[in-house]
Design a protein around this ligand. Structure first.
Ligand code: F6P
Length: 357
């Protein structure tokens, strides 16, 4: 199946997209060609390994100009056939066994799986079934365990911080309360970092349930001190004390920003507006930091394949790129510690998390 005697590496992108996916693909192709590997780009995530199989050969020419481009040239699939593994399925029915068969039939010496926790969980299952996988950590949410940083986060943070800056000027002009809902399904990294970087008055995150009355108190106190406008940043997965996350439909989070906006309007009697930033945080060109991180991850993943280091994920630890067992990245998320220095720093500056009167 291989052309000539060159060894072959597969690469795929899976789960929600994030700025930097293309930069990883580019780095994989360039680093692989430098080491004499050819690269097969598997399309639509792991789905590309099933049925008819969708893949294409990637050369240096194919990745020209790819570094600053958002999205993924290989396309991606969010869920697909790879739910929790059902060991009772036959080898003809089990998507995991079928994918491993494809990896062998395509003669891949290594498969680089770029994605978040869901992706790395699938990769780990494939590894247990004998596939030579190496993970690359991606998600704008920065909630993947085992690494200090996922690529995509920095760009999302930049978009969210820019939005807060813009909301400041319009909020001040109209003496309004502005609520910005940012992504962060289970963790508040984007809300916490952008709230600090943008100087919001409240930061509401899933890790610290809030009391809406306490948030309103803070807005009133600011008013009494002469600050006639306020900005609240809230992660989509945040919830009131004793309450649950809010969903729009089909298990998709949403609605918390508007709920907080309604409550603020009622409780503070201040004119309030709500902005839901949504997928603007995922689209577009990666920041220089994310381009660099993605490039380092891509080159390191090829290095791992070349050295036969499988069942691992490349990771950033104390500014160095290392590999960690895939199992470290799976089964739990990296959450914001309520007593971490970032949270304490925000509190020291008078930012409320809505958990104190
Ligand atoms: O995992 C990243 C993320 O951006 C979450 O914060 C968000 O809930 C989710 O993806 C939305 O993804 P989609 O709209 O693709 O289902």
């Amino acid at each position: 199946m291989t052309t000539g005697k060159r060894k072959r590496i597969g690469v795929l992108t899976s789960g929600g997209d994030a700025p930097g996916l293309n930069a990883v693909i580019r780095a994989v192709v360039k680093a692989a060609s430098g080491r004499g590997f050819e690269v097969l780009g598997i399309e639509y995530g792991f789905e590309g390994l099933l049925g008819e199989r969708t893949y294409r050969m990637l050369t240096n020419a194919d990745v020209q100009g790819l570094l600053p481009r958002g999205g993924t040239m290989l396309r991606t699939t969010n869920k697909g056939h790879f739910g929790p593994r059902n060991a009772a399925l036959s080898s003809e029915e089990d998507p995991y066994q079928l994918a491993v068969k494809s990896i062998h039939e395509l003669d891949l010496s290594g498969l680089i799986t770029i994605g978040g926790e869901g992706t790395q969980r699938i990769a780990l299952e494939l590894y247990k079934l004998g596939a030579p996988v190496v993970g690359v950590p991606k998600t704008i949410d920065n909630d993947l365990a085992g690494t200090d940083r996922t690529f995509g986060f920095d760009t999302a943070l930049q978009v969210a911080t820019d939005a807060i800056d813009r909301l400041h000027t319009t909020a001040a002009s109209h003496n309004r309360v502005m609520v910005l809902e940012v992504m962060g399904r289970h963790t508040g990294w984007i809300a916490l970092h952008s709230g600090l970087a943008g100087g919001t008055d409240a930061i509401l995150i899933p890790e610290i349930p809030f009391n809406i009355e306490y948030v309103a108190n803070r807005i009133r106190e600011r008013e009494q001190r002469g600050s006639t406008f306020s900005i609240i940043v809230v992660a989509e997965g945040a919830r009131p004390m004793g309450g649950t996350e809010m969903y729009i439909a089909d298990g998709r989070l949403g609605g918390i920003g508007h709920w907080i906006g309604d409550q603020m309007q009622k409780l503070t009697e201040k004119d309030t507006r709500v902005v839901v930033l949504g997928h603007l945080q995922r689209g577009g060109s990666p920041s220089p930091y994310d381009r660099l991180l993605s490039t380092r991850y891509g080159a390191a993943a090829v290095n791992a394949v070349a050295h036969g280091v499988f069942g691992e994920m490349v990771a950033l630890r104390a500014e160095e790129i290392v590999t960690v067992p895939l199992a470290e990245a799976c089964g739990h998320l990296k959450t914001v510690r309520p007593h971490s220095d970032l949270v304490l720093c925000a509190r020291a500056l008078g930012v409320t998390f809505g958990d104190e009167p």
